[in-house]
Ligand binder design. Sequence first.
Ligand SMILES: Cc1cc2nc3c(=O)[nH]c(=O)nc-3n(C[C@H](O)[C@H](O)[C@H](O)COP(=O)(O)OP(=O)(O)OC[C@H]3O[C@@H](n4cnc5c(N)ncnc54)[C@H](O)[C@@H]3O)c2cc1C
Length: 423
Amino acid sequence: MTAVPTRPFASAVSRWGQDPWSRGSWSLIGRHGSPADRVRLGSPVAGRLRIAGEATHPTRAGMTHGAHEQGVAAADWALGRGFTRVAVVGAGFAGLAAARRLVEGGARVQVWEARERTGGRAAPVEVGGGSFDLGANWLQQYDDNVLARVGEGIGLRTVATDFTDPLVLGPPVAAPDAARLRRELERRTAAAAPGTSLGHVVARWLRSPQPWTRQEVRRFVDAEVVLDAGASLSWLSARHGVEAGVGEGDRWIVGSYGLLVRHLTRGLDVRLGRPVRRVETTADAVTLVGDGHRCSVDAVVVTVPVPVLAGGAVEFVPPLPAAHRAALSRLGAGRVEKVVLRFERGFWPRHPSGYYRVHGPRAGEVSEWLDATPADGTPTLVGLFAGPWVERLWAGTDLDVAEAATGIVRAAVRERAGAPGPG
Ligand SMILES: Cc1cc2nc3c(=O)[nH]c(=O)nc-3n(C[C@H](O)[C@H](O)[C@H](O)COP(=O)(O)OP(=O)(O)OC[C@H]3O[C@@H](n4cnc5c(N)ncnc54)[C@H](O)[C@@H]3O)c2cc1C
């Protein structure tokens, strides 16, 4: 018997929680918030400024196509007001979409981007000779997804993945009906009073979990909520903390979002490595101020992520209106991190959905894995981690994370096969 590879020959690890230009993975609604806060945040300020980005979409937040839609909407607003010189802050999907629409509408557009690349939280990387994503990887709600249509036009390869049919690795356990558990969670969250946290609802459910066991409810919550949010359940809104998106006709982009990002960036005037520090709005103009740079335009579309805005990285003069600041305080972001592992040989069982889940021994320890081997034929796993595992594993170096993640999935594969042994 040939030995199972103990280490990946190449790996990559995301650090969204520490990245100063994201400070988290995607926007979420806190216990005192609601989708109305997303709308408030995206409403025009002083006739010349508009915040766009995934966080401002009331029904498609936290997704690339939602960001794109909000970018287009902000651009249409600026064009509708007759502005011809517009600046866009941020070159993620919202910023790129806004800039493209503005250029199509005849405006002169400058995009200021803090990082040395475009794409924002779509972050393709080269790993062991292949292209993979450290951020967004799926086109969700595929049939009704504007980016999917763009992708089809440029020959993007996608594969349907069924999040509802993962192979759960680890010691074999009876799998309860997830659809029933989901209905029960929905019933409980819909009945929650405003201001109630998801943590409160889950704690009550765990006190009386019948007909399920506590472990079944706990695992369901870890997979459906913890991994989908990466935030503390006691902060998340019970009513609005679990939003639409994942599991609604997802298709994985084989390879990465790179092709889409390059396509949308083409022809735009994007200034890389140019963080905006201050946005000054007067009756006649808006001025962007960066490190040794400034520019005055008719209007600005700001697509900076919620935690970066809330952290004060951009100073608004005059300050954002109270309604916008209140909305920002009720929204936030969680931390879901990714690891890409490439092996000489695969060691995991095949599963039709190409999708795996691993639970740790402690509550909240959960990871999900996509078999990304179809990207170029090299055995590859892409793992998503949230909860306490992120806190613990991500304290180390990228190599530490890759090795620990490999250990977790390898042990779970062995346990599933009924052959527990030394790690
Ligand atoms: C791990 C992970 C997995 C995900 N998976 C999916 C998925 O499979 N499918 C999906 O649809 N979505 C997914 N998402 C969410 C998706 O990536 C985001 O919703 C989307 O990319 C957000 O686009 P945006 O333009 O609103 O923000 P961003 O992409 O964050 O763009 C904002 C830009 O603003 C820049 N910026 C910040 N501050 C400044 C400043 N002061 N000055 C200038 N520039 C600044 C940033 O560098 C960034 O480029 C995932 C996200 C993560 C982190």
